[in-house]
Design a protein around this ligand. Structure first.
Ligand code: ACM
Ligand code: ZN
Length: 693
């Protein structure tokens, strides 16, 4: 007998487990699937269905019955036959909770696999579907056999999401269907489509044809090309036009395809910002009425609200989703400060500042959505100036926004960049296709617990967890899959499985199998079996001569990336691949701004080496220094130059790490390290440690 549980076991199930005998660890066992079920046991032996096997689905309508059968047929590779005489090989029955302690969730189910067949029961069709998914995954893992035993399962979080950015690079509907198929395997239940952004409007809106005649088409195949050519749009028929959009019919078909897999599609329509493509098509909707360079709608103009409501009307007609995402992120709000309509709105509505204007727009749009029976979802900036009363918050800039919203009784979907942004590097950057930056290996994604650190009363408001694939640096469909898998497996498991399921080695074993299986089925995945891992320097503390020495900052570090404060540069800790890991300190270098620090060794020492590493990652504008000067001396006011290094910043080197140091012999107590960014190109300098030997 093999038993594994993360939940208190209901007495009836405990008795069933206790009566089983035999050995276990069959390949078709629940212990091999993702997400790991809440509770399972294997009893020895297995069940192997063959063509001709029969299926009975009872207690649900024909639509759900067909969906469940389709799921099983797909997993089996042949079509189950309808049972005739009540003796089905697979019996799927919907009924009231039968006391198996599956909880109240519509997605809960229980399953028994015996030598002669399988029974799945649940209180609602979604639960039956997830039971069928589990059985399908067990059969796939077991090469057509499922281990005998029981599974009692339910999701930890009600919302388990994936966001695809189809604005930065348009993807065809076949790609989206393929990812929906993968989502179903992972028991993910919400696909969030980032349908609009500066790089292209992707949804047909009949009332505003310029959105798809013009805003959906751009000068540049890739986001990088488009960006380097000045972010211009082209008429649909222009031979250089690149991009595309989904017709309303195509989107409705996608909604149905997803619903067949118990997945809801949430449309995102960005406002008040990330809307350059809209204001280029309808310039009167921005404060300046200029065609280009206007990210924000004008919240002072009634025409803005007329546009938003008309667009949302058509969007709600396509998407039945209760949640409608209105973006809300990263509005610069600059033009609002000098716009007469915005000023008039602020006066009339007694609004103090531009944050209040954003809040006015968000609240007003929320009222509109609520009046249509929908709920608003937005990025955490929708809290600026006061959160709309019924809104759900997607916490992306970190976890703090989500924590505050949860504490205030708002539903929260956690998707903090550090753990859930799948556009960052997943391995040593030099070994990977160009990414936007960062470093998010599988283990980090798996290590995130969305309720960590929250007060007990806030935890129930953590409604979901989501992985986001923004796509500025992801031009192709196969590259997108490569970024999604296996990291989406981690998000799916942390969202579904009980909080106590945290064993990364066991997860990685299952992820390795699932990735191989998906590759065999035509997906591209990252090769987790040959992962390089974090920067080797980050592995151990370095107790060099300046370890623990005080550092005097002649110029302050950039407060956005303070790392470990004033001790960062001598704390003996080297950074990893990610400037976000709390070990790299930033200095903004634009000509006059630079890095300039003095390390005090406390006493005169013989030194043979002084050096520091810098990183370059082009996407987020992180560049190598153009010049480094290292000086040393026995008194603070009398330092001599040890070395001056001129560096040609290789602007086509996407990502690199480089040491700038001196080797020689000297006696010194004080060491000054200066670094300048390129005086023209500027950029951020990042270094992690000044090493003295
Ligand atoms: C976002 O990443 N701007 C939501
Ligand atoms: Zn305005």
């Amino acid at each position: 007998m093999k038993k594994y549980t993360h939940l208190a076991i209901a007495p009836a199930l405990a008795a069933a487990i206790a009566s089983c005998t035999g050995s276990s660890a069959l390949t078709g066992s629940p212990e091999n699937i993702i997400p790991l079920p809440a509770e399972y046991s294997t009893t020895g032996g297995s069940w192997t269905p063959a063509p001709g096997a029969t299926l009975a689905v009872e207690g649900v309508g024909s639509t759900d019955s067909a969906r469940i059968a389709a799921r099983l047929n797909e997993a089996l590779g042949f079509a189950l036959l309808p049972a005739r005489d009540g003796s089905a090989d697979i019996k799927i029955e919907c009924g009231p909770d039968d006391g198996k302690d599956t909880g109240a969730s519509d997605e809960a189910y229980s399953m028994t696999v015996g030598k002669d067949g399988v029974t799945v029961s649940a209180a609602a069709p979604a639960g039956l579907f997830y039971g069928a998914v589990t059985l399908g995954e067990m059969l796939k893992a077991g090469d057509g056999s499922a281990a005998c035993g029981t599974v009692t399962d339910l999701p930890r979080l009600a919302y388990r999401g994936l966001m695809l950015d189809v604005s930065r690079h348009f993807r065809d509907t076949a790609f989206i269907r393929k990812q929906i198929d993968a989502m179903a395997r992972l028991k993910l239940n919400n696909l969030h489509l980032h349908l609009t952004d500066a790089a292209g409007w992707r949804v047909e809106i009949k009332r505003y044809p310029r959105l798809t005649e013009f805003a959906a088409w751009r000068d540049g195949e890739t986001w990088k090309e488009w960006n380097s050519r000045g972010n211009r749009y082209l008429e649909a028929g222009d031979p250089d036009a690149r991009g595309g959009y989904y017709t309303q019919q195509e989107l409705k078909e996608l909604v149905d395809y997803a619903a067949d897999r118990y997945i809801n599609i949430i449309p995102e329509i960005e406002m008040p910002s990330h809307s350059e493509e809209v204001t280029a098509s309808y310039p009167e909707l921005s404060c300046t009425h200029e065609q280009y360079g206007q990210p924000d709608f004008c919240p002072g103009n009634e025409a803005t609200f007329e546009f938003i409501e008309n667009v949302l009307d058509e969007v709600m007609e396509i998407f039945p989703s209760k949640l409608i995402h209105i973006g809300g992120d990263e509005a610069p709000k600059q033009a609002w400060k000098s716009c007469s309509l915005c000023a008039a709105r602020m006066k009339k509505e007694n609004i103090a500042d531009v944050d209040g204007l954003q809040s006015y727009l968000i609240h007003r749009v929320e009222r509109y959505l609520n009046s249509k029976g929908r709920d608003m979802l937005g990025w955490d900036e929708i809290m600026e100036g006061g959160l709309a009363p019924n809104a759900t918050v997607m916490s992306w800039r970190g976890t703090e926004g989500g924590e505050r919203a949860a504490a205030d009784g708002h539903r929260v979907i956690m998707t903090p960049g550090r753990y859930c942004y799948l556009d960052g590097y997943q391995d040593a950057p030099a070994s990977q296709p160009e990414a936007i930056g960062g470093y998010l290996p599988l283990a980090t994604a798996y290590g995130y617990n969305p309720t960590d650190g929250l007060p007990e009363q806030a935890k129930p408001y953590i409604f979901g967890l989501q992985g986001n694939l923004f796509a500025e640096y992801i031009p192709t469909a196969s590259h997108a899959e490569y970024m999604l898998y296996p990291r989406m497996y981690a998000i799916a498991e942390r969202a579904w499985s009980p909080e106590s399921v945290t064993d990364y080695d066991d997860f990685k074993r299952r992820a390795s199998w699932l990735a191989a299986d998906m590759r065999a089925n035509g997906y591209t995945t990252f090769d987790i079996d040959n992962e390089i891992g974090n920067r080797p320097e980050a592995a151990a503390d370095d107790h060099h001569l300046a370890y623990g020495a005080p550092v005097e900052y002649n110029l302050k570090a950039w407060r956005n990336y303070p790392a470990n404060g004033d001790s960062t540069l001598t704390d003996g800790r080297h950074g990893g691949w990610n400037y976000n890991d709390g070990l790299w300190q930033a200095f903004i270098g634009r000509g006059t701004e630079r890095m300039d620090v003095v390390v005090d060794l406390g006493e005169e020492k013989e030194i043979t080496y002084v050096g520091a590493d810098f990183m370059q990652i082009c996407g987020p504008d992180v560049w190598m220094p153009a010049k480094v000067v290292i000086s040393a001396g026995t008194t603070r006011d009398n330092l001599s130059e040890l070395i001056s290094i001129d560096n040609k910043v290789e602007r086509d080197s996407v990502v690199s790490f480089k040491n700038f140091g001196w080797n020689g012999n000297a006696r010194a107590r004080y060491i000054r390290y200066e670094a300048d960014a390129d005086s023209v190109a500027g950029g951020v300098l990042f270094t992690d440690e000044i090493v003295v030997r």
